[in-house]
Design a protein around this ligand. Structure first.
Ligand code: NDP
Length: 287
């Protein structure tokens, strides 16, 4: 028999997760603050609990996927957590995850935090994965259940690590979105078809994303000049071209300038033979 799952939160993500557990044959009990949002999963075989406490009482493995950390505290306020395995798939900060882990431990529950690296339609399909951190015994015991909706990636016993990785990956993504936004602004209103441009942009970004391996190697060794193929001196000189072209096209350079300014600062500090790896230290209050 498959492990029963209690799921708190049947928003867009919770519903997708619940569907994957039902499809994998796990008995599912669901609760949602607004009752109407459990209808879809109920029609697919889930049992609807009348309260969060009732859902928590239904089984050992309790998964919460709510809006934010405050909603987790609110939803679980009156639930008996002793002996429960609590898996928190609500996006939060590393600090919130650590505090929530201590909170769960005080209440007699084991705790695992998770960061979902997927949008709801990706759940149950290849490519989706969830970062986990916290109680490694919990992770190992329920590994098969957790793997039903998405791939699993355990990043460490410190409960804040999943959120840290999650936020770092999302922050990297927003840097990429900023570049994509500026690129489309440059070619917009020209004789450039957006779809044909995307066909060039996507493979280019994929190829350039692999530069992160070089950055990692330099950060790991502490030698920021080994393996540099595009020096900061060259890149700062080239940056002027990007800014002048933006001006020619009537496009604001506000998405580019914060990064270019950091590159100039590092160059002015005498690091023209590095690439952009040294900017990591510039951003940190404690380099
Ligand atoms: P939704 O807005 O669809 O659902 C939010 C859920 O939180 C609902 O069940 C809502 O209940 C509940 N909720 C909000 N406030 C409270 C509260 N005070 N007490 C109890 N329940 C509350 O969001 P998603 O399902 O998309 O997101 C859920 C989590 O998953 C978030 O942390 C999000 O960051 C994360 N996530 C989402 C992704 C996505 O693309 N959607 C991607 C990766 C992570 P009600 O129905 O009553 O409002």
């Amino acid at each position: 028999p498959r492990t029963p799952v209690s799921l708190l939160g049947t928003g867009a993500m919770g519903t997708a997760l619940g569907r994957a557990w039902l499809a994998a044959g796990h008995p599912l009990t669901v609760w949602n603050r607004t009752p109407g949002r459990t209808t879809a999963l109920a029609a697919e075989g889930a049992t609807v609990a009348r309260s969060a406490a009732e859902a928590v009482a239904a089984g050992r493995l309790v998964v919460v996927c709510l809006l934010d950390d405050a909603s987790v505290g609110e939803a679980l306020a009156r639930a008996e957590l002793t002996g429960r395995d609590l898996v928190n798939l609500t996006t939060g900060t590393p600090g919130e995850a650590r505090t929530r882990a201590a909170w769960a431990k005080e209440r007699g529950a084991r705790f695992l935090d998770g960061g979902i690296m997927a949008v709801p339609p990706m759940i149950g399909a290849p490519g989706a994965f969830v970062l986990y951190s916290g109680d490694s015994d919990l992770f190992e015991e329920h590994g098969d259940v957790l793997a039903a909706p998405a791939g699993t990636e355990y990043v460490g016993a410190d409960p804040g690590l999943a959120a840290l990785h999650d936020v770092a990956l999302l922050s990297g993504m927003y840097g990429m979105f900023a570049g994509i936004t500026h690129a489309f602004a440059l070619v917009r209103d020209e004789d450039v078809a957006p779809k044909e441009f995307a066909a060039l942009l996507v493979p280019w970004l994929n190829a350039m994303a692999a530069m992160a391996h070089g950055t990692a190697g330099r950060l790991a060794s502490g030698d920021l000049t080994t393996g540099v193929v595009s020096s900061l001196a060259m890149q700062v000189a080239g940056a002027g071209t990007l800014l002048r072209a933006a001006e020619e096209q009537g496009v604001s350079s506000e998405l580019l300038t914060p990064f270019l300014d950091l590159m100039r600062r590092r160059l002015a500090d005498g690091h023209g033979d590095e690439d952009t790896t040294g900017l990591v230290g510039l951003l940190r209050a404690r380099p």
